[in-house]
Ligand binder design. Structure first.
Ligand code: MG
Length: 435
């Protein structure tokens, strides 16, 4: 029986850690064996990270050892793998998403969506108890390399978008999007200028996370080329962030509202930390709030049969494509909207932006501090305990969450007219609790 390993717990994004230190071939082999013990056919893909091939081969060996048939689709974005999982038992993606280059990880999908909590627990149980199913010598698995996953994904996106003749700058960050987004936009009719669109697991151009600070080249190129917009992805292209025609980074909450007002018909799902602007813009629409993490947004969307879900971090879920955030489709949809409705900066101007303030406090005993914080926040307004504790007040909200990975308590405050004062009150409560 193998030793239980603490980092083999699936988080909201599978397992993730530093390659060959925290995530080793042994771990990947065990995970392949565990998944293969439950699924007779599995599709496997990876992003361009240096350790990607090593982990892909180890996970494949585990699957084959259990007798599973493996469908290898090579270097692809996560949403491409998620889509491919629809035709097979499940899908394994070797990726560390937006983390720095030294990280690697594994995410697992079924029917186009991340494993839910129950599916994750079944795998964890096999890993913990070591109850792997080894196939007989003549029943070990086989590998196929069909090579059509990217074409299938491109086909689905083109079926769901109309033509557009815009000038678009695309920054793939040397990630997996390099093999798909520029091609999709060109097929739609756009003139595409590519930046960092050669896959390279060292991520030499910028950090894989597409945030304002990492997108200087994209912003200046949009201005210099007089382009209609810019697109940026993270390492595995489940995220998409944009730059408008003025060369300004579009904040996550604005992008979320931008898509939501166009997609929502009856119901959408967003995490607890998304701006209240969404509630103010979508009167009459059911807005389901979830824990922070795209897996939770997807689970809720499935439950409420919503038309759209998203996170301000850049994960946009369009159930018409799949329940995996799809940065490539999001880019195509954004381009389609700008073609039909006009300048992106002008369209964004109609969406208000509420001031937000964030901070974090060191805290060793998070559980004890959270009990104190909960008592204090209860006195302030309506309480929501979906993820940490959120107090909804008349002029905004306060969210206090224990960090999942660090000894810290995080505060987020949003208010259209009273942000500093609310933050000061939240800070006082947290400071007392962690003392
Ligand atoms: Mg990602």
């Amino acid at each position: 029986m193998s030793e239980p390993k603490k980092f083999l717990k699936f988080g909201s994004s599978g397992i993730r850690g530093i390659a060959n230190k925290e995530i080793t071939p042994q771990i990947a082999l065990d995970l392949g064996l565990a998944i293969g013990s439950l699924y007779p056919e599995v599709v496997v893909g990876r992003d361009p990270r240096i350790a990607g091939e090593m982990i892909e081969n180890a996970v494949t060996a585990g699957l084959l050892s259990s007798g599973s048939k493996v469908v290898r689709i090579g270097m692809v974005p996560t949403p491409t793998l998620a889509l491919a999982s629809k035709g097979h038992g499940c899908g394994i993606m070797v990726t560390a998403s937006h983390n720095p280059a030294e990280y690697i990880g594994i995410k697992v999908f079924k029917d186009g969506m991340s494993f839910d909590t129950e599916q994750q627990q079944k795998i964890e149980e096999i890993l913990m108890t070591g109850t792997f199913r080894y196939a007989n010598w003549d029943k070990t698995g086989s590998v196929r390399n069909p090579g059509t996953a990217i074409d299938d994904h491109i086909g689905l996106i083109l079926q769901n978008t109309s033509n557009a003749c815009l000038k678009v700058v695309v920054d793939c960050g040397c990630g997996a999007a390099s093999v798909i987004t520029p091609y999709v936009l060109r097929e739609m009719g756009c003139e595409v200028i590519t930046l960092n669109s050669q896959p390279d697991g060292h991520f030499p151009a910028r950090e894989p996370e597409p945030v304002d600070e990492t997108l200087g080249l994209l912003k200046s190129t949009v201005r210099a080329a007089d382009a209609d917009l810019g697109i940026a992805h993270d390492g595995d292209a489940d995220r998409m962030m944009a730059v408008d025609d003025q060369g300004n980074f579009v904040k996550g909450d604005k992008m979320l509202a931008f898509f939501a007002i166009r997609e929502a018909k009856k119901a959408i799902a967003v995490p607890v930390d998304a701006s209240k602007v969404i509630d103010d813009l979508l009167a009459g629409i059911k807005i389901a709030r979830t824990k922070v993490g795209d897996v939770y947004v997807a689970e809720e969307l499935k439950k409420i049969k919503g038309e759209f879900g998203g996170e301000p971090s850049g994960a946009w879920i369009f159930p018409r494509i799949s329940l995996c955030p799809d940065g490539i489709y999001a880019a195509a949809r954004l381009v389609e909207i700008v073609e039909k409705e006009g300048e992106l900066s002008r369209l964004l101007d109609s969406i208000p932006e509420y001031p937000v303030k964030r901070g974090a406090y060191l805290c060793r005993d998070k559980e004890r501090a959270m009990i104190k914080i909960t008592q204090e926040l209860k006195g302030l307004g309506e309480i929501n305990t979906l993820d940490g504790i959120k107090a909804d007040l008349e002029d905004g909200w306060i969210l206090v969450r224990p960090s999942g990975t660090e000894p810290k308590i995080r505060i987020t405050v949003e208010s259209s007219n009273n942000c500093d004062e609310l933050y000061r009150r939240a800070e006082e409560i947290v400071r007392k609790a962690v003392a």
